[in-house]
Design a protein around this ligand. Structure first.
Ligand code: 2AM
Length: 174
């Protein structure tokens, strides 16, 4: 299949993108787990997806980018306090509950995509950072030390085949 750049689509998602110290904290918690044939997400790709957009027309990128700029951003805190496993996606994650401001961003981004006439897969927002993929069986999971993520912005990310995720834009909380 031709790469995304030449098909006129971009594979995109909105995410919370950890800074270096937070990334280290994620890795420290990941080190508590004993992988058995699992595929570790590369450290530079760790993130928390707010809304997965999938393949969108390249021509819509400007409008999608504008959506992030239209959100009322206020500082908030997200507590990641449990490991979990999605059997369907076979991913093991560190996650927590969605505080109201973050859920409001997800809702606003989702309805923004609707008003642009761009379809996205609707799923309940379950805040999580995927740590391992190809986790085929329910693992034994310890309790992590809770990680408080002081959320200071959100990012628009592009996923390209066999490349690190590309941060296209970050909107910072004032
Ligand atoms: P995941 O980590 O739980 O797999 C980029 O692929 C990001 O978008 C990942 O964080 C992924 O979540 C999320 N995502 C949500 N729905 C997806 C889908 N249908 N296909 C691929 N990624 C999806």
């Amino acid at each position: 299949m031709a790469p995304a750049e030449s098909t006129g689509t971009r594979r995109l998602f909105f995410a919370l993108w950890p800074d270096a110290p937070l990334r280290e904290e994620l890795l420290r918690r990941r080190a508590l787990l004993k992988p058995s044939g699992w595929r570790a997400v590369p450290a530079h790709n760790l993130h928390l997806t707010l809304l997965f957009l999938g393949n969108q027309p390249s021509s819509a990128l400007g409008d999608i980018d504008a959506l992030g700029g239209q959100l009322g951003l206020e500082r908030s805190r997200l507590r990641l306090d449990r490991f979990g496993w999605f059997p369907g996606a076979r991913v093991l994650w560190l996650g927590g509950s969605a505080p109201d401001p973050i859920q409001a961003w997800v809702d606003a981004l989702s309805s923004g995509m609707d008003s642009l006439g761009l379809s996205v897969e609707r799923r309940p927002f379950k805040p999580h950072v995927t740590l391992f993929r190809r986790v085929l069986e329910a693992p034994d999971l310890p309790e992590p030390e809770p990680l408080d993520w002081s959320v200071r912005g959100l990012s628009l990310i592009e996923s390209l085949p066999s490349r690190p995720y590309q941060v296209l834009r970050t909107w910072s909380v004032n």
